[in-house]
Design a protein around this ligand. Structure first.
Ligand SMILES: [Ca+2]
Ligand SMILES: [Ca+2]
Length: 408
């Protein structure tokens, strides 16, 4: 019995050994089959029917019957697949690889571990469909590298975008890594920059709100992480403070102006220096207008008052302004001299239209001139009379002398 078992085992081993050296493809019921792949390797024509291991033979006289009997095997050969896709499906299902190829599909039955591509692929076949093929491994590796690049590039891009930095990056690494990094960086940059822009706007608004309330600049932590965001906060703050100051200055200037006109000096003391200054400026302007009104009164009065007399005003300051105006009227001098000259020349009184507003002055000085004229005229008459008297006296004297002589 032991001998029989040993003999059968020997036959199985022989069968396997023969199949390993044969070309790919399973035999049919007759122990033969048609060659489909790599036939030239085995000295066969493509499509040539032949036998292995002594099967059949009667229908093909050229075949050489083998010495050993046919043994069925589960080992697949390339010739047994109807299409290359079937080869790949089988290979993938079995989980075979270049280093795990028990059925010798990769090495085409020559017992050699080949390149991880089973059987004979049609030209242009996508090798990445073949599990564990170098192409599929390369594709997976590239995908992983690209993903790693994206993961590395994204935060760098966010950081750069948030600080408004460069929009492009120059990473080093494999082509897939660089590609992934650039894509991740670009995506991150967009998001970082969007955040940057929105934070700047938010900061400026917040700064503006603070500036409306106070003069002291305090930047919240949220807005001090990024210099540009911080600057936006300050910008908004300064704008609000400036606007508030301008409005207040205007208000104090107006108050000062009105109080200056009313001559009520109520300068604010607890306000900002700029506000006090604005009040002072307004007050000064109001006072100037007030003074101008008294100066004008004095100036106008010079046309109607012959000799200056102090007006009845509640404040010495107003009296001084009035007097200043009165004395500053130099037009009156001209009217005075013109009127006086008219009278002095003995002309009849005639008020020129341009001096209607100063009639009183004109008339007064005309009369003074006329008075002088009259005086001069009278003096001339007296002198003439005196002259006549002398002549008479001389004549009288002479007559007297002559008479005396005659008497004597
Ligand atoms: Ca095989
Ligand atoms: Ca191969």
């Amino acid at each position: 019995m032991k001998n029989i078992i040993a003999f059968l085992f020997f036959l199985v081993l022989l069968s396997i050994s023969l199949n390993v050296e044969a070309h790919p493809g399973r035999t049919d019921a007759n122990g033969g089959h048609t060659c489909k792949t790599n036939c030239e390797k085995y000295g066969l024509e493509y499509g040539e029917y032949h036998y292995h291991n002594g099967g059949g033979g009667s229908t093909n006289p050229s075949s050489t019957p083998a010495q050993t009997p046919t043994i069925q095997s589960n080992d697949k050969d390339c010739g047994e697949f109807a299409s290359y896709d079937e080869v790949v499906q089988y290979w993938n299902e079995k989980g075979y690889s270049a280093t795990n190829d028990p059925e010798n599909l990769d090495g085409w039955g020559n017992g050699q571990v080949d390149d991880g591509i089973p059987c004979e692929p049609p030209s242009g076949y996508d090798f990445t469909k073949i599990n564990n093929s170098p192409e599929q491994i390369a594709e997976k590796t590239a995908k992983q590298e690209k993903e790693k690049g994206e993961a590395d590039g994204y935060p760098d891009g966010v950081e750069a975008g948030y600080h408004d930095g460069s929009q492009t990056a120059n990473p080093t690494g494999s082509e897939a890594y660089v590609e992934g990094y650039k894509a991740g960086y670009s995506k991150g940059w967009e998001e970082g920059n969007k955040k940057f822009t929105s934070e700047k706007e938010k900061a400026e608004k917040a700064g503006n709100e603070l500036g409306k309330k106070q003069d002291k600049l305090t930047i919240p932590k949220d807005y001090s992480q990024n210099d540009a965001v911080k600057a936006s906060f300050e910008k908004g703050f300064i704008r609000a403070v400036t606007e508030r100051d301008e409005a207040k200055k205007k208000e104090f200037n107006q108050k000062g102006y009105e109080e200056g006109k009313r001559d009520e000096y109520n300068v604010p003391t607890k306000e900002k220096e700029a506000y006090i200054k604005a009040y002072e400026e307004g007050y000064k302007k109001g006072q100037a207008e007030l003074k101008e009104s008294y100066v004008k009164q004095g100036y106008e009065s010079a046309y109607t008052i012959v000799t200056y007399s102090e007006p009845k005003l509640e404040d010495q300051k107003y009296i001084d302004w009035y007097k200043e105006g009165f004395e500053s009227n130099k037009e009156v001098d001209e009217i005075v001299s013109e009127a006086y000259a008219l009278g002095l020349a003995g002309n009849t009184y005639n008020l020129p239209g341009k001096y209607k507003h100063a009639e009183k002055i004109f008339k007064h000085h005309y009369e003074l001139g006329w008075q002088k004229y009259e005086e001069e005229k009278a003096e001339n008459t007296n002198q003439a009379a005196a002259g006549v008297g002398i002549v008479v006296l001389a004549w009288v004297g002479r007559r007297f002398y002559v008479a005396k002589k005659m008497v004597g």
